[in-house]
Design a protein around this ligand. Structure first.
Ligand SMILES: *Cc1c(COP(=O)(O)O)cnc(C)c1O
Length: 366
């Protein structure tokens, strides 16, 4: 983080990358996110901490798409990645780069999935991890943190309270790096690889619309950054996909700011939704999310928990895929945006499923 309080972003010499790298070079590499290493911050291959993350499927959803009136509906399925959510991307790149610059102990507040991912990659790197998560976070995330031997602190509050605890605790401890969202610039570099993969998987042609379930918004900012870098390399052309930030009505600060035309969000009071991964009352990078959706002619949409759970059930019934509630929020938003005409007939729509439904067994009544 900059001393002014704003996030820092990594930049690359894209002229040099352009001169030395071709799409064919990338195509010949192993199917993981390190195939884009020229656009990632880790310098030496021996510092890469990997569990084989990346190159998740970009699946057509023909039956569900037909039901919604979106014939070309695709799902980027992050359920098939180590730790079961796309948080593995941020953790793989963030932990690798932290290791490279000499960090051996990390600490972070989390809603659950980021904590389990960072604890897992820290274990792989031989690093210590201190993870603070709300007491209401899913039990599975606690167990994941425990099994890899990380230190777990349960907080009676929300993610912001966990963040405050970490800051206080680190004042008393030596040698820890605070790797909270956007306080270090490398997590977003890992998350941006979703954008690189979508472009490559579509033959370096961009879709019309990309939807993202937005908590801190790091994935959405990352995808925007990735597509801008690909445009600078001359690897993609034409208009950017319209980026859609999807939130739950129980915690929709970015949607509220968007609707009011504000440059940043106001902290949401009494945040609560079944899609706990997007329960972020005030995101540090909110202004970047709002900028990304404005500059791409996108929008921000809130859907309620009933719509989320109905979409989760319908995708499973029609397509055989058990997605997470955050991912399901995207599909509820596709339905709304198609009904309102914002998504037009014939448009190609990519929705991120950010994790596997297997991490959320309680979302399905028996
Ligand atoms: C963290 C998380 C999100 C939100 O990601 P941000 O990049 O912080 O907006 C969405 N879905 C799942 C499953 C998550 O764990």
């Amino acid at each position: 983080m900059c001393s002014c309080g704003s996030p820092l972003l990594a930049r690359y010499d894209l002229e040099e990358v352009r001169a030395g790298l071709t799409k064919e070079d990338v195509a010949a590499r192993a199917p993981d996110l390190w195939r884009y290493h020229e656009l990632l911050p880790v310098r030496a291959p021996e510092n890469v901490v990997t569990l084989g993350e990346g190159m998740t499927p970009l699946l057509a959803l023909p039956a569900y798409g037909r039901e919604l009136g979106v014939d070309d509906l695709l799902m980027k399925d992050e359920g098939l990645i180590p730790t079961g959510t796309f948080k593995a991307r941020g953790a793989a790149v963030g932990v690798s780069r932290a290791y490279e610059v000499g960090v051996r102990k990390i600490a972070m507040p989390t809603n659950g999935n980021a904590g389990s991912a960072w604890a897992t990659y820290a274990a792989r790197a031989g690093m210590e991890a201190l993870i603070a998560m709300p007491i209401a976070a899913p039990e599975i995330c606690r167990r994941e943190v425990k099994v890899v031997g990380a230190e777990l602190k349960l907080i009676d509050g929300l993610i912001g309270d966990a963040g405050a605890w970490v800051r206080e605790e680190l004042a008393k401890r030596d040698g820890y790096q605070d790797v909270s969202t956007l306080k270090e610039p490398y997590r977003i570099e890992g998350k941006k690889t979703m954008g690189l993969e979508i472009a490559e998987q579509l033959g370096w042609k961009l879709p019309d619309v990309i939807l993202y379930p937005t908590g801190g918004g790091v994935g959405l900012i990352g995808i925007w950054k990735a597509l801008a870098e690909l445009a600078s390399l001359g690897w993609v052309e034409g208009p950017m996909p319209r980026l859609v930030a999807v939130q739950a009505t129980g915690c929709a600060p970015i949607v509220q700011a968007w609707e009011k035309g504000l440059p940043e969000s106001e902290a949401w009071v009494d945040a609560q939704t079944v899609a706990f991964g997007i329960t972020v009352p005030k995101a540090l990078g909110d202004f970047l999310v709002l900028q990304a959706i404005a500059e791409t002619d996108g929008c921000a949409v809130a859907v309620d928990d009933d719509e989320i759970l109905a979409a989760q059930r319908r995708v499973a019934e029609l397509e055989g895929s058990f997605i997470c509630p955050e991912g399901a929020a995207n599909f509820a938003a596709v339905r709304r945006l198609r009904e309102s005409g914002w998504i037009k007939a014939g448009e190609q729509v990519v929705a991120l499923n950010t994790g596997t439904g297997l991490k959320y067994p309680e979302t399905v009544p028996l």
